[in-house]
Design a protein around this ligand. Structure first.
Ligand code: ATP
Ligand code: MG
Length: 189
């Protein structure tokens, strides 16, 4: 199995690159943000709970997210691998992912860290807010998301660096970033 974590700040392009990766490598895309937004639209119990955190730019509690992931992983049979987009976002989630994959006799192969400058991130998120109307892409919430990323998510970089799995990717265009990602993945495969 090839398990890839796509890592980066809000607006770094995790979703965009994931879509390109799954087309080329036939991996199962698990985007926790997308799953939660679908639940919000359905107004399910999980959606209503998640909405309270997401609209404020906070993280949904670890237990909730880890439980959700556990269900998805157990339901996914016969897949070539996963691309984890937006998960893990805390050290606790990172440790839970390692444990869940170990139970399947597999592990994270690589963590693709999409590195984008702060100013550029804010511009992208504001633009996305205008186009897609996502409840969390507004000026107030964007700051808190970047703050949450810095304080709660960024420590995972060190966690994966120690495991020798962190690869930082920087690029000027979507195509440029994707080319660097494919170079990297082709080397692993
Ligand atoms: P990108 O623009 O790079 O695709 P993003 O950070 O803008 O990413 P999502 O990954 O879609 O957006 O996440 C949106 C929100 O959903 C987060 O701010 C958070 O509240 C919630 N969320 C998503 N994944 C997790 C997670 N693993 N743990 C906790 N909360 C999460
Ligand atoms: Mg996303």
């Amino acid at each position: 199995m090839l398990n890839v974590v796509i890592f980066g700040a809000p607006g770094s392009g995790k979703g965009t690159q994931s879509e390109l990766i799954i087309r080329k490598y036939e991996l199962k895309h698990i985007s926790t943000g997308e799953i939660l937004r679908t639940e919000i639209k359905k107004r399910s119990e999980l959606g209503l709970l998640a909405d309270e955190y997401i609209s404020k730019g906070q993280l949904v509690p670890d237990e909730v997210i880890i439980g959700m992931l556990e269900t998805i992983l157990n339901e996914s049979k016969d897949v070539k691998g996963f691309i984890f987009d937006g998960f893990p976002r805390t050290l606790t989630q990172g440790e839970a992912l390692d444990r869940m994959l170990r139970e399947k006799d597999t592990s994270v192969a690589v963590v693709l860290n999409l590195s984008v400058e702060g100013k550029e991130l804010v511009q992208r998120l504001l633009k996305r807010g205008e186009i897609l109307g996502r409840s969390d892409d507004n000026p107030e919430t964007i700051w808190s998301r970047l703050d949450v990323y810095h304080n709660q998510t960024e420590p995972l970089k060190e966690y994966y660096k120690k495991q020798g799995k962190l690869v930082t990717i920087k690029g000027d265009t979507v195509e440029d970033v994707f080319e660097k990602i494919t170079d990297m993945l082709n080397r692993i495969l």
